[in-house]
Design a protein around this ligand. Structure first.
Ligand SMILES: [Zn+2]
Length: 493
């Protein structure tokens, strides 16, 4: 099977440093590995923007007619140092420990929180979510293969990878040997036995009380972070696969090192193509717990600190789409507000256009080609969105509008034709696009809801009439939720 219309996808490749035509080994099963969350805290919006890259990639590939197989790991032990847990550097972990929760329970809790965030962000699920803690035998075999090839050395219970044994080490990230001073996050024992800064730990002894630990040919302990991802990628995708995705901060040392040890162990190429998402700042600053600016989806839903309306995860998704993935993003509340408004207007325009008589079918073909061209050009979603806005201005209507919205939303995932989204609002009144619903209408709806719950039906009905007069319908939806909808305008002749 070839992509529909023979449209080729062009993607920037971090390894070759250029935009290249994407050529998977098997177009029916494009194999993708993406570095997943570390599950001892909630994902922040910078993490979610990175994970969005994989979602946009997969949606684009499917749109172009490819089949996909996506593996996203769950790092459930890699960075979880016992001493970190005991110091209680993370408040949530400290609370969980105080309540007698184990490291495994904490990981399970945050894994579920992550999946919930994925659903809110409208991410398509991966085909496999391997847990690092369930792949230790694979990591041990990988390290044994390196040992057989004479690429390891050790001391004091630590086993290190000798990067000088890999020709071309540094090619992915562009570092030269001797230049790097990698922050070795999984090396609590220091670097006493290391021969050069770039060498990294493959296996280390377990500190007293560490919950995640295993027997190995090198003693009881646990594996280094880089061997985790390499082992899981090889186990689920084989020694060669099409695409490796992650945040730009992972390019060095994590991806450089995963690639080095995988190629050294298997003699194969590992990932053919590397894709990295740019970072996200909040008000021009890097997010950190200490600065108190680690924004999560819950923070977005609660709204700006000084008060004001909150935003749904899909509003944030739309905000991200206004920038290409390789452009650094600076999140501001004003920017989020503007993006939410733009999304609301776009959805409202499509819903109106869909109710009109079919028109603009001739323009649709050109718009289709333009959208396809935009997303095939290194996933250029801002240009894709511009085409969507242009379609509305060009006067498409009826079936033509519905067909385009459905087609494009399969890539964008911003609810172009959906009636409402987001979690339930106050008092169970869910307001699709609350941003544009007049405050007095929303407040009448809440009042009506509380009257209805109190059994005061005459008052509730009177309020429904007032809401109708203001141009809105209250629809009692499932689960006792009421939804506000703008009343459909009379069709134009
Ligand atoms: Zn990884």
């Amino acid at each position: 099977m070839l992509p529909r219309d023979g449209m080729r996808l062009f993607l920037y490749d971090s390894a070759s440093r250029g935009i290249v035509p994407f050529e998977p080994a098997d177009p029916e099963r494009v194999s993708i590995y993406t570095c997943g969350p570390t599950v001892y805290r909630y994902a922040h919006i910078g993490n979610l923007r990175t994970f969005l890259l994989t979602d946009l990639l997969v949606r684009t590939l499917r749109f172009l007619g490819y089949g996909t197989f996506v593996v996203q790991n769950i790092t459930d032990m890699g960075h979880m140092h016992q001493e970190q847990l005991e110091e209680g550097e993370d408040k949530v972990i400290a609370a969980a420990r105080a309540a007698g929760k184990s490291a495994r329970e904490i990981a399970a809790f945050f894994t579920e929180a992550y999946f919930r965030d994925c659903r809110r962000m409208a991410f398509l699920p991966a085909d496999a979510y391997p847990r690092a803690s369930e792949h230790v035998p694979e990591m041990i075999s990988l390290v044994r293969a390196l040992e057989e090839r004479g690429a390891v050395y050790g001391g004091g219970g630590y086993l290190y990878f000798d990067v000088s044994k890999v020709p071309g080490y540094g090619a992915l990230s562009g570092i030269a040997l001797g230049e790097g001073t990698p922050a070795e996050r999984t090396d609590p024992g220091g670097h006493r036995h290391k021969r050069r800064p770039e060498d990294f730990v493959l296996w280390m002894p377990a500190e007293p009380g560490r919950e995640f630990q295993w027997d190995s040919p090198w003693g009881r302990g646990w594996p280094g972070w880089h061997s985790e991802c390499a082992a899981m990628a090889i186990r689920h995708l084989g020694p060669e696969f099409d695409l490796h995705v992650g945040g730009i901060d992972l390019r060095f040392p994590h991806h450089e090192n995963s690639r080095a040890l995988a190629t050294a162990a298997t003699g194969k190429r590992f990932a053919a193509h590397w894709l990295h998402a740019a970072h996200l700042l909040v008000n021009g600053k890097k997010m950190s717990k200490s600065a108190g600016n680690e924004y999560t989806l819950d923070v977005l839903e609660a709204g700006p600190p000084g008060g004001g309306k909150g935003f749904s995860a899909v509003d944030f998704r739309y905000y991200c789409l206004t920038l290409q993935y390789a452009t650094p993003m600076n999140f501001t509340w004003e920017g989020q507000e503007a993006a939410a408004r733009a999304r609301y207007r776009l959805r409202a325009a499509f819903r109106r256009a869909a109710l009109e008589a079919t028109s603009g079918e001739d323009a649709a073909a050109a718009l289709r080609a333009e959208f396809r061209g935009a997303i095939s050009d290194d996933l250029n979603m801002p240009r894709g969105l511009a085409v969507v806005h242009k379609a509305i201005r060009s006067g498409i209507g009826g079936d033509a509008a519905r067909a385009l919205a459905a087609e494009w939303d399969a890539v964008l995932g911003v609810g172009l034709l959906s009636e409402a989204d987001g979690d339930g609002g106050a008092n169970g009144v869910r307001e699709g696009g609350e941003a544009e619903i007049p405050v007095e209408v929303a407040s009448m709806a809440r009042e009506r809801e509380s009257r209805r719950r109190a059994g005061d039906y005459p008052a509730a009905d009177a309020l429904r009439e007032k809401i109708r007069a203001a141009g809105y319908d209250v629809v009692d939806a499932a689960e006792g939720k009421a939804v506000l909808r703008k009343r459909r305008e009379t069709r134009r002749r």
